[in-house]
Design a protein around this ligand. Structure first.
Ligand SMILES: [Zn+2]
Length: 309
């Protein structure tokens, strides 16, 4: 495997425990005195800050940064950093409370709510004994009527009900929160240096040759698995380009790896165009620019061969 990853012990279970505590706290909020609530809130806030700090320190000890961690650990880190801000923490608790209050007005079903910076906007599993609802942190500032809409979607996740939810995920308030969570953080060689190729060096070279050095720095990663179908992808929220570590081997010519990286860099530059509410990535403009790569034809031929194997 090309990448050396640092793992943070018990990170997933710590995040799960935090979700549960948020839910429990917002449930009892009216049943207890302000003093007790105040204390519990402080403890929770403190736990989040400590976890965030621990991850930073662990990375520092290894001469790297949180952006060098796996996608999941980096996601968790950014969530903790976001909630380490007092205002965001209070808003997170307020959303959880508002959501659960409305939920209980409408149903007796038990629920596990997670407000988190997932890769997806919304997920609901109503078939379980406890309904599992995952809502993207981007909805944090949802107004009262929109919280109601989200509760409605969680109770009845039909295609029709999900239409306003999708619209809300394209609104400015959502984008604003996403931009705050996924702000750019530094990265080291630890995750960009493969066995043969260094993604940062390849990025700089392509940026100079084809983008006049003007394309902003994304997070760069080798994938953990040697995928041969999906050789690269760009995730706009986290501004991450992932390249399959299958392309990090001596038998793959540099121009092939560069071509795949160039393709993903074009995605970063051009974004997604919306056509009849479908998002289109490979537009005519995209394809035209893709052809500008010096060895595009040779790279295409090479890639077809390995994908046919
Ligand atoms: Zn593409």
């Amino acid at each position: 495997m090309a990448t050396r990853t640092i793992s943070i012990r018990n990170l997933n279970s710590n995040i799960e425990a935090l979700h549960l505590t948020f839910q429990e706290m917002s449930t009892v909020i009216y049943g207890k005195s302000n003093y007790v609530i105040g204390n519990e809130k402080e403890q929770l806030f403190h736990r989040i800050q400590i976890l965030e700090k621990q991850i930073r320190q662990k990375c520092h000890q290894r001469d790297c940064f949180p952006a060098d961690l796996s996608d999941n650990a980096y996601r968790a880190y950014l969530w903790l950093a976001f909630l380490s801000q007092r205002q965001r923490f209070d808003q997170h608790l307020a959303f959880t409370h508002a959501f659960l209050e409305r939920w209980r007005d409408l149903t007796n079903r038990s629920i596990m709510l997670k407000l988190y910076n997932n890769a997806f906007v919304f997920q609901c599993k109503p078939d379980k004994k406890t309904t599992q609802v995952s809502i993207n942190e981007g909805f944090l500032l949802a107004e009262s009527k929109d919280v109601q809409m989200l509760v409605n979607c969680s109770l009845h996740p039909t295609q029709k009900n999900l239409v306003p939810l999708r619209a809300l995920s394209r609104a400015n308030a959502y984008k604003h929160i996403m931009a705050q969570i996924w702000k750019h953080t530094p990265q080291s060689n630890l995750s960009t240096q493969g066995e043969i190729y260094n993604l940062q060096q390849l990025f700089d070279k392509i940026n100079d040759e084809y983008f006049s050095g003007k394309l902003g720095q994304p997070r760069l990663r080798w994938s953990g698995r040697e995928a041969t179908r999906r050789l690269g992808y760009y995730h706009p929220d986290s501004d991450t380009i992932t390249i399959s570590c299958f392309l990090d081997q001596r038998s793959i010519p540099a121009y092939v790896t560069e071509y795949v990286l160039y393709h993903e860099m074009l995605h970063k530059k051009l974004g997604l165009k919306e056509v009849n509410s479908y998002r289109v990535a490979h537009t005519a403009q995209f394809k035209k620019l893709e052809r500008k790569f010096a060895k595009a034809t040779a790279a295409e031929t090479f890639l077809k061969q390995i994908q046919q194997k």
